[in-house]
Design a binder for this molecule. Structure first.
Ligand SMILES: NC(=O)c1ccc[n+]([C@@H]2O[C@H](COP(=O)([O-])OP(=O)(O)OC[C@H]3O[C@@H](n4cnc5c(N)ncnc54)[C@H](OP(=O)(O)O)[C@@H]3O)[C@@H](O)[C@H]2O)c1
Length: 239
């Protein structure tokens, strides 16, 4: 029988959930009955997001953490396990972008983008996978981008991180599917958030964070024998 809270009691860890797409995903999973663990680096913004979710009645743990730092990720996963229980759902959403011609990208900017968008997904999944393997269930959902499929001027660091994330996602899916753990990747087009200026684009024609949350909900309500591995999302009109 269908229920409005199909994730009742499940524990969902959403990275980069203090605003934008991550916050919309957290809200949607809370509405579906999940207990929520959120992380971001800036405490104030994270606490405000957590409070807004608690006011909607959802159980929320907010942990300041940097997904690009292995010790920080270990502490995040351990605190989530101790406070909420074993993690059923990991949404690797935290991400950032630096845009500009390749000859002008600094090493520090390159490292920040690759460490967050690619290494961060590896670190978080590596930390959570043993719990899922032991319980022979779980879902890892990686938020990539259409920039993980396409190339554009000024996108070298960001596209490299997201193209890399596509390969990482598919390899992790093969490593984990035999244990009943599904790894899926979502590639949205331009979404109306604070992420980047999106100069010259009409926000009313962009995707909204809730559109990505909808795709996450779709993945999490599949029957156990079904495994949608990739979703591409485009706005109806070109922004
Ligand atoms: N917006 C778009 O057009 C678009 C399109 C396709 C894909 N995406 C992808 O969607 C994801 C979310 O983007 P968004 O638009 O919601 O961006 P956003 O509004 O800038 O939010 C990014 C979130 O990630 C957190 N974060 C950044 N670096 C982090 C780190 N090292 N450790 C932990 N948290 C970190 C930020 O908080 P702190 O800064 O406090 O850490 C914030 O909560 C990203 O992976 C992005 O690449 C975005």
């Amino acid at each position: 029988m269908e229920t409005s809270t199909p994730l009742d009691g499940q524990v969902a860890l959403i990275t980069g959930a203090s605003r934008g797409i991550g916050l919309a995903i957290a809200r949607r999973l809370g509405q579906m009955g999940a207990r929520l663990a959120l992380c971001a680096r800036q405490r104030d913004r994270l606490e405000r997001a957590a409070e807004s979710l608690r006011q909607q009645g959802f159980p929320v743990l907010a942990v300041v953490a940097d997904v690009a730092n292995a010790a920080s990720v270990t502490a995040l996963v351990e605190q989530t396990r101790r406070t909420l229980g074993e993690i059923d759902i990991l949404v690797n959403n935290a991400g950032l972008g630096t845009f500009g011609p390749v000859q002008e990208i600094t090493e520090a900017d390159w490292d920040a983008v690759l460490d967050t968008n690619l290494k961060g997904v590896f670190l978080c999944t590596r930390a959570v996978a043993p719990q899922m393997i032991r319980r022979r269930r779980g879902h890892v959902i990686n938020i990539s981008s259409l920039a993980g499929k396409n190339a554009f001027a000024g996108g070298s660091a960001y596209c490299a991180s997201k193209w890399g994330l596509m390969g990482l996602s598919y390899c992790m899916a093969e490593d984990l599917r035999g244990y009943g753990v599904r790894v899926s990747v979502i590639c949205p087009g331009t979404v109306h958030t604070e992420f980047s200026p999106h100069a010259g684009k009409d926000p009313r024609k962009m995707l909204q964070p809730e559109d990505v949350a909808h795709a996450v909900a779709l993945l999490l309500t599949q029957a156990p024998q079904s495994f949608i591995s990739e979703i591409l999302i485009r706005p109806t009109q070109k922004p």
